[in-house]
Design a protein around this ligand. Sequence first.
Ligand code: BGC
Length: 756
Amino acid sequence: MKKYCLIVICFHLFFSANSQNTDVASKNFSNGFPIKDIDVLISKMSIEEKVGQMSQVDLGVIAVGDICNLKNPQQLDISKLETALNKYHVGSILNVGCGSGTISLENWKKIISAIQIKNQKSSNYPIPVIYGIDAIHGANYVMGATLFPQQIAQAATWNPQLVKSANEISAYETRAAGIPWNFSPVLDLGRQPLWSRFFETYGEDVCLAKSMAVAAISGLQSNVDNTYHVAACMKHFLGYSFSLSGHDRTPAWISDRELREYFLPTFQAAISVGAKTVMINSGEINGTPVHANYDILTKLLRDELKFTGVAVTDWEDIYKLVNVHHVAATKKEAVKMAIMAGIDMSMTPNDFEFNDLLIQLVKEGSIPQSRIDLSVKRILNLKKELGLFDNVVYLPSSYPDFGSKKFSDVSYNAASEAITLLKNNRNVLPLMNKDEKLFVCGPAANSLNLLNGAWTHTWQGVDDKYNTKGKLTILEALRANFTSVNYLQGTSLDSIIDVKTCIAQAKNADKIIVCLGEIPCTEIPGNINDLTLPAVQLKLVDELSKLNKPIILVCCFNRPRIIHSIVNKADAIVYAYLPGDEGGRAIADCIAGIINPSGKLPFTYPKATNEIVHYDHKASEDLATDFSNNAYQPEFDFGFGMSYTHFTYSDFKVSSDTLSNNDSISISIKVTNDGKLNGKEVVQLYYKDIVASITPSVKKLVAFEKVDLNVGQSLIVNLKVTKSDFSFINKDLKRVTEEGTIELMLSDFKHAIYVK
Ligand code: BGC
């Protein structure tokens, strides 16, 4: 399994022993790439060099020392580095980081430069090494970088422009560390809420997730300006998020039709805006591991979707064809399978066996040279597009905005716009009286880690010693807004509870704020068997509710944990997802009315752990067992979220009642803020196909727009749709729009159009 051996690297010793490196970090580093023409280069490369380009190792392979030992950390090991570069000509390095969040910008630059300097001497025609990292919600492995809300929260903003800005900053701060490749965004659809990586998705809906995918790729790449952008990596092609058990990397059963209907479009959208790289699903679909699936990796990805970038494996996944999936008897067979299926680069990542085996396979004629050349060309093109042949590393001074207030303001805005108000009885929120006595409790109240989640300074994000300095927890931010805030944690995340003291302290309060949370986790460590929130947290709310005081719940969850038993005991529910480093401030400001919540759920919030019905479920699913004709009984609806102000919709107009081939239809609506506060509203247009050859969904999102309206202001919102917006995958696996009636639905308005 992955990365339990992770590293903190002290480069100081290495650099003092190697004087030529001391000035590396203080100047741009570019010299020494005599050949920049890719075809010429390939014609001169040996098979060892070509295979080297196709391999990616972990930093641990070129370092030595104690794992995660801050006092005696690992160091780059020169002889291991020479083996990797001179003998194996490794083309890419990655790391995952226990403590890599402690590496400063300058140290990152030294690490990357040291690798590149060694690499210059590894061949007569050196090729820059491409370093890749998981900058999942900001440059989370660079000390002092800006951390954003996790993807699920970004989706809840329904604001693609904001998501694009967050990704631009993430790219800027990743590149500032000398790293040109980011393993992000996750484009797997979040339709299995149990999945430990649910928070890394853009939620359950194809239309929303597609626009977030486009925003993220555009923000990261801007195709590709060398200094401030990075190559994005679409993850994890294809069907990774929908395992039957909900456990990470376990088998999925998805028909080809559903695969194309639900799980493919985000990748398609990302490719259409030029996504440069893709990472492959570690799991298997319908019994075939995706790393060995020619139909998915070549026929679909290359021939049909015309993807021309680099396909990298996930962690050690070629070897998993032997020891997890059992579709290959030996590693050699596995290497052949994966390469012939369409893999370009193997995240090996702990040894060089992949290189040895692939060289053997080519030498004995089992894999043609031409297949190798194809992948090498893609990899070298990527390096060229990223400008690595010109400037591998830039000066830290080229990044004056790194970690700036300007950047954290964007993170604050994203956290604020994500916050989704799910309940607000008798307008208990916002709390306008700053002198009210508040009692704050719950495991998420005073923890920055629970706001950030996994991929924060460390892989699992649980270690608070690396936290960004100066960022406020919910409690600290509430104390900045209110004069009287009393705090007791009250429960741990899942086992210890101190009801008595909590009740005693809460007795004197005017309002009780309970901050519920989930341990930061991802991948296999995040597997759970039950979506229900741990009993102690539910009990804490239950006991406090007996005091008959207003209770405000704040939820910071990786996935929609079931809270049905306490929903009625709360007066307000502030759903914050994993809002990142600025989340504490955003939540406290929302409670104090400094910001007006405008987030909308990007997923259906289930009421019961086994009741997973999506909002866009099939009409036939409504044949519920009790004849109530409605299978969809969520705790909270997809797209739902309240505001402190009120919006009225009027003047619904549809430009035409028929829609044919190349036409488009405009749907306009007047939105008026007739409440008492300025606010933002998300206009959501849904449709229903009345009759179709595949059972249609009861409704589907087709367009949306977020608007910002001052008190009393009105705006006409125009949404455009074309015929293809009503398309679906038919039984022959073709995307079609069938002739017939489509019902458009916007707020309470409905209008039928005829599509020809
Ligand atoms: C994860 C990927 C990640 C990679 C490198 C894998 O275990 O599934 O999402 O990019 O590790 O850290």
